[in-house]
Design a protein around this ligand. Structure first.
Ligand SMILES: C[S@@+](CC[C@H](N)C(=O)[O-])C[C@H]1O[C@@H](n2cnc3c(N)ncnc32)[C@H](O)[C@@H]1O
Length: 245
């Protein structure tokens, strides 16, 4: 599912996982062809089109305060998690592949990888130590506020995959971070950013809270585009899966 392109051999994928509050019985993973094609038709401006004010947030207090207390909750509902996990089962390297390293940024106590998924190295990066300690898929974790310090302290070409679930909307320095992601991804690696239409409203950047789902795809696409080093993104809308008895 990864694309190929001319920007240094990095491939990536942007995915949208939607909550299913109004959906009773969705039983299939649905790939939306309209959204999938969206990047092919985008004529990006020469310069990154957003300004500092687009990354302002209502709650300007340090993120370390907001995330001080652990939240052992899920931020998307069970059908959306099931769909995202199924998606991961198709695109992540098979469990226990020799030499595979994965970085889960904006991680918490749950990464949504398939049940029993393992790799030699799965690093979680997040804000709350108690949450990260409880995340059984991680082999190590790092507490780091990416809005204060978006530098990723890893060697070049360290990771096969970078994942980020329902958190890209909190990033105030996305280009710095995406440049770092490009640097630490191995050639042919992929970054998978997934997001839904829920968020901590006061902590999301203003360009996110003032726009809609399609704009969000373009916003995240622009991060890849202007950070450089990535191929053309693929966008996949992941519809929730309900399990009925
Ligand atoms: C809505 S939660 C999602 C957690 C997890 N990815 C999941 O799917 O359940 C947002 C996550 O973003 C992380 N986060 C928010 N602001 C951050 C920042 N400034 N630096 C690093 N991580 C941040 C928090 O640690 C938190 O776990």
């Amino acid at each position: 599912m990864a694309t190929s392109g001319a920007f240094g051999g990095k491939s990536f994928l942007a995915a949208a996982a939607r909550p299913s509050s109004n959906v009773d019985r969705v039983t299939a993973l649905f790939l939306h062809p309209g959204i999938t094609g969206v990047f092919k038709n985008v004529e990006w401006p020469e310069q990154f089109p957003f300004e500092d004010e687009d990354f302002q947030r209502d709650d300007v207090s340090p993120d370390s305060l907001f995330y001080k207390a652990p939240r052992f909750v899920t931020h998307i509902d069970d059908p959306a998690i099931a769909a995202l996990t199924m998606f991961y089962s198709k695109v992540l390297p098979p469990s226990n592949s020799p030499g595979v390293s994965i970085l889960n940024i904006c991680s918490s106590w749950i990464s949504h990888y398939p049940e029993g998924y393992k790799q030699e190295r799965i690093v979680g990066m997040g804000m709350n130590e108690e949450e990260l300690k409880r995340n059984s898929v991680l082999t190590e974790y790092i507490i780091q506020d990416l809005n204060v310090n978006p530098k990723l302290s890893f060697e070049d070409d360290s990771f096969d995959v970078i994942t980020n679930v329902v958190s890209v909307d909190y990033l105030t320095r996305p280009l710095d971070l995406f440049k770092e992601m490009s640097r630490i991804l191995k050639p042919g690696g992929q970054a998978i950013m997934s997001f839904s239409d829920r968020c901590f409203w006061t902590k999301a950047i203003s360009i996110w809270t003032s726009t809609g789902d399609t704009d969000h795809v373009l916003i995240v696409g622009s991060y890849f585009q202007y950070a450089g080093g990535f191929e053309l993104p693929q966008v996949i809308e992941i519809l929730p899966i309900s399990f009925t008895c």
